[in-house]
Design a protein around this ligand. Structure first.
Ligand code: OSB
Ligand code: MG
Length: 382
């Protein structure tokens, strides 16, 4: 698609990077680490005529979920990525991902953040919701929550019950060796047999743990997320053959090609798509399209995003292949106060509205709030 005569070209002259410190309402623990506060990396892409595109880089403080961190992403953006796209006319944001991938290995979260800012900028220039630009259809999304590892099964049961009372359509609990069977049992007991429950190990198990993991079959999980190391597709295939519970891959899937391998090997039967992990929205849509064609359900994951990253996830999750509830919870589950207006909210029926009536993200960025939370910023120019 090329820019129409009445629409300015998709182009950015400057990129502002900001690091915000946002305290989490409660600490979040996964098998490889605990987070008390989120170091949020925000991108603001400036079109020469004034419009801006916002996005968020989901890389963490520490390389425990993936090798990237906010600091490596900042470095990649300023050194290799922004110079490649600033000052350049793009026909559409779909051109960004291939340009950012040429001769660059990895750094998918950094690449994703810049790519996503171009999508938002294009949506603003076209005066269309981001969901429309991506091919979204849903008016409302069914959403779930992800509950970190708790001190004991009783504490988890309490959180699970509270999540359910808020209406969430699916409850996911984090597990690790030593905090698994009894915890999942307590969660299942708290929910009763019919509420969708899942568990996420964030790679904490080894192939030798297959017998142990097979005991999870007793709890009727919708899926078991990322039990083994990210590179171990063969191990996941062997484990899947031993389990009644479907495996869902998260960290293992950076691309549509790897998703195709998963399907061919039967290394997993569900995919958690996180645009940050896979290098952006175009690559997310490619995984979605492949999975849809092959009958593999997908859902949209989360990385404890601020309201800006959440907006991108909401738009993506409105595509028709996202048939399972995502990790897209209300702003107030994470933050005392979010950086967008209105904040993201979830109805008592566990659904979130896709903002079809507003262009771009569908929410506005609260600049005063952003300024208050910013600890460093840098503007890069073409
Ligand atoms: O594996 O899905 C994960 C948070 C940080 C790192 C990894 C993961 C998560 C979550 C949070 O589960 C989901 C959310 O943002 O609500
Ligand atoms: Mg996960």
């Amino acid at each position: 698609m090329s820019a129409g005569a009445d629409r300015p070209a998709l182009r950015a002259e400057r990129l502002t990077l900001r690091e915000l410190r946002m305290p989490l309402r409660s600490p979040f623990r996964i098998s490889s680490g605990r987070m008390h506060e989120r170091r949020v990396c925000l991108l603001e892409l400036h079109h020469p005529d004034g419009p801006v595109g916002w996005s968020e880089c989901v890389a963490g403080d520490w390389p425990n979920y993936s090798p990237e961190t906010i600091d490596t992403a900042w470095h990649a953006l300023e050194t290799w990525l922004a110079p490649r796209l600033l000052g350049r006319d793009l026909g559409s944001a779909a051109e960004a991902a291939p340009l950012l991938g040429e001769g660059i290995r990895g750094h998918l979260m950094a690449r994703a953040s810049l790519e996503m800012a171009f999508w938002e900028l294009e949506a603003r220039l076209r005066d269309e919701p981001l969901a429309a630009l991506l091919g979204g259809e849903r008016e409302r999304l069914e959403v779930g929550i992800s509950i970190g590892i708790q001190s004991d099964p009783e504490a988890l049961a309490e959180k699970v019950r509270a999540g359910r009372e808020e209406g969430y359509r699916r409850i996911k609990v984090k597990i690790e060796p030593g905090a698994d069977l009894a915890y999942v049992a307590a969660a299942r007991e708290a929910l009763g047999p019919d509420v969708p429950l899942t568990a996420d190990a964030n790679q904490a198990y080894r192939r030798e743990d297959a017998d142990h993991l097979a005991e999870l079959d007793a709890y009727g999980l919708v899926y078991l997320e990322q039990p083994l190391e990210e590179g171990d597709l063969l191990g996941h295939a062997r484990l899947q053959a031993r389990l009644g519970t479907p495996i869902c891959l998260d960290e293992s899937i950076p691309s549509a090609a790897r998703a195709a391998d998963m399907i061919e090997l039967d290394a997993g039967r569900v995919i958690n798509i996180k645009p940050g992990r896979v290098g952006g929205l175009a690559r997310s849509v490619a995984i979605h399209d492949l999975c849809r064609e092959r009958g593999v359900p997908v859902w949209c994951g989360g990385m404890l995003e601020s309201g800006v990253g959440r907006a991108h996830n909401v738009a993506l999750a409105s595509l028709p292949g996202f048939t399972m509830p995502g990790d897209i919870s209300a702003s107030r589950r994470y933050w005392e106060r979010d950086i967008v207006e209105p904040e993201w909210s979830v109805g008592p029926d566990g659904t979130m509205e896709v903002p079809w009536d507003r262009a771009g993200l569908g929410v506005s960025v609260d600049r005063d709030r952003v300024d208050d939370l910013t600890v460093r910023s840098e503007t890069l120019s073409a």
